[in-house]
Write a protein that binds this ligand. Sequence first.
Ligand code: TXA
Ligand code: MG
Length: 351
Amino acid sequence: MKTKIINIDSKNIDIEKIKEAASLLTNGEVVAFPTETVYGLGANALDESAIKKIFLAKGRPSDNPLIVHINSKNELDKLVNFVPSIAEKLMDAFWPGPLTLIFEKNSNVPKIVTGGLETIAVRMPSHIVARKIIEYSLVPIAAPSANISGKPSPTMCEHVIHDLDGKIASIVCSDSSSIGLESTVLDITGEVPMILRPGGITKEMIESIVGRILIDPAIKKKHDQNLIAKSPGMKYRHYSPKADVIVFNGSKKNIVKKMKIELENYLKKGKKVGLMCTEEILSQINDVFSISLGSIKDMDLVGNKLFYVLREFDKLDIDIIFAEGFSEEGIGSAIMNRLNKSAGNNIINCD
Ligand code: TXA
Ligand code: MG
């Protein structure tokens, strides 16, 4: 299939180009487009055969449900039976933006969208290009991240082209994603809301609006194989570059010490090692290939660069990536969730 690349300047939007992408969606095609979290791979959420094309293009397991993207709160009526009052508060506080809410679905939504579940994930993105495309398509748009299943999520158009060129009708290119980590997924169907996937909207931010919430224990207990994640997507290997990843946790001093020891071990075995760390750590370890995550003082930037850096390593002939671990406060929780998954939970505690 020839993939049509459509370039749209988010600061000077050409509505004709928006209409071109939107009409492909309305006509049952799959179109990748930018959002503030990561690029998404969209199709009409109410068109079963269009949704099938998403699963096919990504190679995504069919039990992994999609997030449906809307442009106005009115569109919720097409997807859910009722909107609980807690949802109203959360939507007022965080929409448009990187918060996905899980509702009980209505019968209009094909089961393929929700992986057979009776619940549905919905979010209103803030990226102006995403919003315009959804608006002009006149339908709710189901969109997983626009990567091949298992690969790091795409934060730049070139990542989407790398993974999906030739497999979908169109790719809309615009700026790189400003957040760079996928949305927080929050289940509000139970008595107490529960985070199923940490993301750009932190636990602390949600609690400031609705009081105490829970985190799916399967996210925290990384080593307990018996805990099945409530969000189906969380159980799959994810964000994996070609190289193996090892996460080094602990105080910064001990991370440097342990990385130096392990570096010697791996180099002796003839392995090519790459470091994925902040400047503060990189400045203390010499003579090894590295890509910086920025400064430890700017954790939002660390989150923003994470998938980009994992993909940069894919272009190189590296065997092992040593990744710096971070504290799980605030955005650190989403960063560590993605890092641990990319490492397949290959974690060294350095303290
Ligand atoms: O930021 C984002 O959320 C991006 C952009 C494109 O919006 N989308 C994204 O979609 O990350 P995806 O498909 O890569 O991840 C969706 C996650 C998966 O972990 C999936 O299992 C979970 O949301 N999910 C979707 N529907 C669900 C449901 N009904 N119940 C529980 N988890 C659900
Ligand atoms: Mg994904």
